[in-house]
Design a protein around this ligand. Structure first.
Ligand SMILES: [Zn+2]
Length: 157
């Protein structure tokens, strides 16, 4: 795969003190019947720390967003949590932006091509605010803040 986009998701599960990543993998394998977890990477708070979880190899297309052929054109990153309820914490956002920054640089992906799942839906003509699409990566997930962090317009102090 030669990724031109990065697609950000949330898991819709409550992030807690235990590792949820393997439970998501199990669900994707056993319930969805996929060969592996649908995402390439995951970001998960476990206890006091934030971890990078590894999903499918980047050489393989993902199973995270059908619209705009995103599965074969993007790296899918899932932030564990439900951001329909509240925004991700600063630590998680900081961690995510560092991971995404590495991929943006590695593949020469423009910051504008770092998209939330719902933004891909909007490109395909579906309005999540009208209930035509998922709100993923969550109503409160600050995609503009993430892109500002990546473009250097905004910095963590
Ligand atoms: Zn999603």
């Amino acid at each position: 795969m030669n990724p031109q986009y990065i697609c950000i998701h949330h898991s819709l599960t409550k992030d807690g003190t235990v590792v949820d990543w393997e439970a998501i993998r199990k669900y994707h394998r056993e319930v969805n019947g996929w060969s592996d977890i649908g995402y390439h990477y995951g970001i998960e708070r476990v206890g006091q720390g934030t971890l990078l979880q590894v999903g499918r190899p980047e050489s393989q297309p993902g199973a995270h967003c059908k619209e705009m052929h995103m599965n074969s054109k993007s790296i899918g990153i899932c932030v564990v949590g439900n951001f329909d309820l509240a925004p991700p914490g600063l630590e998680v956002l900081r961690f995510l932006s560092e991971i995404v920054r590495r991929k943006v640089m590695e593949y020469g992906i423009p910051v504008q091509a770092v998209l939330g799942h719902r933004e891909v839906g909007a490109m395909a003509g579906f309005d999540w605010k009208k209930g035509q699409y998922k709100s993923c990566p969550g109503k409160y997930f600050p995609m503009d803040t993430l892109r500002s962090l990546l473009s250097g317009e905004l910095k963590f102090t």
